[in-house]
Structures are given as structure tokens and as C-alpha cells.
Design a protein around this ligand. Structure first.
Ligand SMILES: [Fe+2]
Length: 203
């Protein structure tokens, strides 16, 4: 399989003023593209593994030959994380969740405000580069963070919301103010997508 950067479903400037156009252009067209290129070159010439889906590769990293394991973990993770991330945001979104995921947030995490604080702190306390996630683990919601481009599926957990806390995700607009970026991220969360991923994860 030759992996590709998916087209954004909204304009580069559609998440303004929370996520600026310039960041979106560089993030999507340059950073994500670089992960895809490096993933494709790592898999080139590996007949067995180049046909697997990105989910299959990351779910069982130990099965990936050692020579390309780190590349698949980092660049494949980068490709998968960003593919999810673009869908987890939307213009005119944010607000509070509804439906099943809202009930689960209430039950498993103590309500929306508690979730919000936990999710924000998870992104804030991730030292260096990484991601904060809302995941389904053994049928329950959890908030976790991962370093670098690791994805929760490599730990058997299903991500339903994630926020990129690499500096490339926010530095142009927010500089060193990661907390402010995380606060504003709540204005672009695509809860409809989160609900769909939640229902799928619970099946
Ligand atoms: Fe990123």
C-alpha cells in the first residue's frame, strides 16, 4: 500500500481563529506529508508488510521487522495520528458532547468539566512532544497521553479524540503557551466524529 496524506474536509482557514491557517498549511502539507513519505520509503521493498493497513501495522508493532520497526512506529504513528486529528476537528464545532459519549463521560470520567480538566492537563503534562487522548479501554473511557507519535492502538486502546501537543501544532500562533492552545482546542472538537468513533469502539 502506498500511503497518502488525506485531503482536509475543510479549508485551511476554517478553524480560525483557534487554529490559524498558516499552522494548518504547514502541519498538513509539510509535517504530515513528511511522515507519509518516510513511512512509504521504510516499507518499500518489504512485500509482506507494505500491504498491511496502518492500523494493522501499529496494533502489532512487534510483528514488524526490527529493521523498520522504529520507522513504522514513528512515521506510521505520525501518519495515523494526523489522519485522525484532522477528522477530530471541524469548523463551527466545539461545545459539549451529546449522545452516548456524553453519558460515558459522565459515568467514567465524572462529567464534562472533569474530563476537560483531565484532558487539558494530560496535554500540558506530556513532557516534550506527544499527544493527549480520550480512549476506550476495556469498554471504558480513559484520558491518557503518549510520547512522540505513539498511538494508543499500540497499547490495545482505541483513540476517539486526540490533541497534538508537538510544538509544530501550535507554536506559530501560541508560541510557548501550550495551555492556551489546549483551551482553544475545545472550540474545534468535532464531537460528532468522537461519538461515531466511540460507538464503533464499543461494538
Ligand atoms: Fe503534528
Amino acid at each position: 500500500m502506498v500511503f497518502e496524506v488525506p485531503k482536509l474536509r475543510y479549508d485551511y482557514n476554517a478553524l480560525e481563529p483557534y487554529i490559524d491557517e498558516k499552522t494548518m498549511r504547514i502541519h498538513h502539507d509539510k509535517h504530515h506529508a513528511a511522515y507519509v513519505d518516510k513511512l512509504n520509503s521504510a516499507l518499500e521493498g518489504n512485500a509482506e508488510f507494505r500491504h498491511k493497513t496502518i492500523e494493522a501495522l501499529l496494533t502489532d508493532l512487534n510483528a514488524v521487522p526490527e529493521a523498520i520497526r522504529a520507522a513504522v512506529r514513528n512515521h506510521g504513528g505520525g501518519h495515523y495520528n494526523h489522519t485522525l486529528f484532522w477528522e477530530m476537528m471541524a469548523p463551527k464545532a466545539g461545545g459539549k458532547p451529546s449522545g452516548e459519549v456524553a453519558l460515558a463521560i459522565e459515568k467514567d470520567l465524572g462529567g464534562f468539566d472533569a474530563f476537560k480538566e483531565k484532558f487539558k492537563n494530560s496535554g500540558l503534562n506530556q513532557f516534550g512532544s506527544g499527544w493527549a487522548w480520550l480512549v476506550v479501554s476495556k469498554g471504558k473511557l480513559e484520558v491518557i497521553s503518549t510520547p512522540n507519535q505513539d498511538n494508543p492502538i499500540s497499547q490495545g486502546k482505541v483513540p476517539i479524540l486526540g490533541v497534538d501537543v508537538w510544538e509544530h501544532a501550535y507554536y506559530l500562533k501560541y508560541q510557548n503557551k501550550r495551555a492556551e492552545y489546549l483551551d482553544q482546542f475545545f472550540n474545534v472538537i468535532n464531537w460528532k466524529n468522537v461519538e461515531e468513533l466511540y460507538l464503533k469502539a464499543k461494538m
